[in-house]
Design a protein around this ligand. Structure first.
Ligand code: GH3
Ligand code: MG
Ligand code: MG
Ligand code: MG
Length: 324
């Protein structure tokens, strides 16, 4: 997801993309049961888009979320079915909520058409459908839809970037600061355990000095990747400082936390990191400061402080060890 974020952020300006978009090549679902209209609309649109015809509105409701269309054209006067209801259902389904929607109706159905526009159908066409108008309205909706998807992607990527550490791909300090409070509060409320592991590479400065900063970076990335393997979905893993990683484990009491820390410590010690494309092995050890939530803690800062103190102890007792 980091690669994605970087690409999206560093990529072309969405506004430039939108201007260049021809609005062609969309996946379109045509929900229509009149053979003459299917032929007329299908033929016109097939020139520019990939058109799927569905005469059965019930089937359309199943297919639309599964097949991810960019746009649906829905007839308002389907045999025995309210096309307006289909539109409203498509609008409320999670997977079709953002799909572009165009109604096809008769002049005398203006009241229903207005209701449709009111709950979010994007546009409409009146019968007999004019070919050029059809093509133009579809193109406009396709472009609008793509543009908003691009913006959505860019926004999500920038939000991800803001909480991600560039070097390791782990969450950053900002993420930790924002999430630890709620996690701590939840644990306190439920009177559940909450453990904090502060992991710091031993004599990392020496690794930089010996092998160079680039190699140091590589070791850091590999270190983060290895620790990532010990994390469950509900845990928080963040780069805390230069070569320190913090791991927060909801539900864990001291024995569990110690065991996790000890497993990681052993694993780091046992297997050196292969760097420079596997041409060089660098042996590393890690010291871990462990703390668990206490009833007297007033906030996450107390928890972090004790982990830090424990880490300091692990360092002064000779490193490559776990202290709590
Ligand atoms: P200790 O066992 O006491 O932890 O010794 P140490 O050398 O690991 O500790 P110290 O905190 O004194 O030094 C950490 C070093 O980590 C210093 C800094 O240059 C280096 N460092 C911090 N961030 C990065 C980084 O992103 N990349 C690289 N290569 N080095 C980093
Ligand atoms: Mg240090
Ligand atoms: Mg260190
Ligand atoms: Mg350090």
């Amino acid at each position: 997801s980091r690669a994605l974020a970087t690409r999206e952020i560093g990529g072309p300006d969405p506004l430039v993309l939108a201007a260049a978009d021809t609005g062609e090549g969309a996946r379109i679902l045509l929900v229509e049961d009149r053979p003459s209209a299917i032929d007329r609309i299908g033929t016109a649109l097939s020139q520019y888009h990939q058109v799927t015809v569905e005469t059965d509105p019930h089937r359309a409701l199943v297919r639309a979320p599964e097949e991810q269309f960019d746009l649906a054209l829905v007839s308002l006067d389907l045999e025995g079915f309210d096309g307006l209801r289909l539109c409203s259902q498509l609008r409320s389904l999670e997977r079709t909520r953002n799909m572009a929607l165009i109604m096809i109706g008769e002049m005398h159905e203006k009241a229903r058409i207005t209701r449709g526009l009111d709950f979010g159908v994007n546009d409409y066409l009146l019968r007999p459908v004019d070919r050029n108008e059809l093509v133009a309205r579809v193109r406009t909706q396709v472009r609008r839809r793509r543009f908003s998807e691009t913006l959505r992607g860019a926004l999500q990527a920038s939000m991800e970037l803001a909480i991600t550490d560039d070097l390791t791909g782990l969450h950053n300090r900002r993420y930790l600061d924002r999430h630890l409070g709620p996690v701590f509060g939840e644990a306190a409320l439920q009177q559940k355990g909450l453990a904090c592991l502060l992991l710091d590479i031993d004599r990392f400065k020496l690794i930089n000095d010996t092998y160079g900063h680039e190699a140091g970076d590589e070791v850091l990335r590999a270190f983060a990747e290895r620790i990532r393997q010990y994390v469950r979905p509900m845990d928080i893993l963040a780069r805390y400082g230069g070569e320190e990683i913090v791991m927060v484990v909801p539900g864990a009491e001291l024995p569990d936390a110690r065991a996790i820390a000890e497993r990681i410590r052993e694993r780091i010690e046992a297997t050196p990191f292969a760097i420079d494309g596997g041409t060089r092995d660098i042996g590393v050890t890690v010291s871990v400061g462990v703390s668990v939530r206490r009833a007297t803690d007033t906030g996450p800062a107390d928890l972090l402080k004790r982990a830090d103190t424990a880490l300091y102890r692990a360092k002064s007792f000779g490193r490559n060890r776990v202290e709590a």
